[in-house]
Design a protein around this ligand. Structure first.
Ligand SMILES: [Fe+2]
Length: 274
């Protein structure tokens, strides 16, 4: 797959933190002791280190991580999955969205996580590997993540599952509670509620592949996190408590942007590298 750009630039991270913490520009400039013009320049994308570092401290962001992001010094080292894992990046409007497939190569059983805008690539792989798609798990019901559900579920007859606080509108779809367990051959899937960006956002923790794997939807991105003007604190707390406590070698499969790992995000994500 072609290299997927990071979902957010450093100024997007600043904007998300400001909206989440309800700190307007004038207040932030005063707190950080920078001029409104300096803040405006940074928010327009100019990487002025002294300003970035001052602003970061008042937005609970890691100054070093935000500065590294501003200078594009970092891109995640992508984990290698020799088998049983595939990522799909499809175009939706002016953005792209990710969906994922995992499978047990011996049992030939698979599970999908979201559909993206177009599931034909996933369907092709399912056919090529001779897999039976048992489950379609939905991280959250924002349109880009479920846009091709009718095709994927219709062609495979897989069961469709979503969190009880964010049920998907599809005939026969089922809901789970937190800490539900599913099995896909030798793989295990556990549900974690990581709401905030959306009311019932679920992270699926998958074990049985080469690395532990967290399908985090829009909870976390490489170098950023899912925004929310109203429930930012919930998203931040859920990320800290339920995702950043997973094993360090856990691979994060995000709804947008590249794959990353928890160990890398602990070093480089401005929201969590402290
Ligand atoms: Fe999304």
């Amino acid at each position: 797959m072609a290299r997927i750009p990071l979902e957010d630039n450093f100024n997007d991270v600043i904007n998300k933190a400001q909206r989440g913490l309800h700190i307007a520009d004038a207040e932030l400039a005063a707190l950080a002791e920078v001029t409104p013009a300096e803040l405006a320049a940074v928010k327009a994308g100019q990487p002025i280190d002294a300003v970035i570092r001052r602003v970061a401290r008042h937005l609970r962001l890691s100054p070093a991580a935000l500065e590294a992001l501003a200078h594009k010094r970092w891109y995640p080292q992508l984990p290698d999955f020799p088998k049983g894992f595939a990522a799909f990046n499809t175009v939706h409007g002016d953005m792209t969205v990710n969906s994922y497939l995992v499978w047990d190569p011996r049992a030939k059983l698979a599970a999908a996580f979201d559909t993206g805008s177009d599931s034909r690539g996933m369907l092709d792989l399912i056919a090529a590997e001779g897999l039976t798609l048992r489950y379609i798990f939905i991280t959250h019901t924002h349109e880009d993540h479920i846009a091709d559900l009718a095709r994927l579920a219709g062609e495979t007859k897989a069961e469709v599952w979503a969190g009880e606080l964010e049920p998907v509108d599809y005939p026969g779809a089922k809901t789970f509670k937190e800490n539900a367990h599913f099995h896909v051959g030798s793989l295990a899937v556990k549900t974690l509620f990581t709401f905030g960006h959306s009311p019932g956002m679920t992270t699926f923790f998958v074990t049985g592949l080469s690395w532990p794997l967290a399908m985090v939807g829009d909870s976390v991105f490489a170098s950023s996190m899912g925004g929310s003007p109203t429930h930012f604190a919930d998203q931040y707390r859920n990320n800290r408590e339920k995702i950043f406590t997973l094993p360090r070698d856990t691979v994060l499969a995000c709804g947008h942007g590249p794959l990353t790992t928890l160990a890398q995000e602990k070093q480089t994500n401005p929201f969590f590298a402290h």
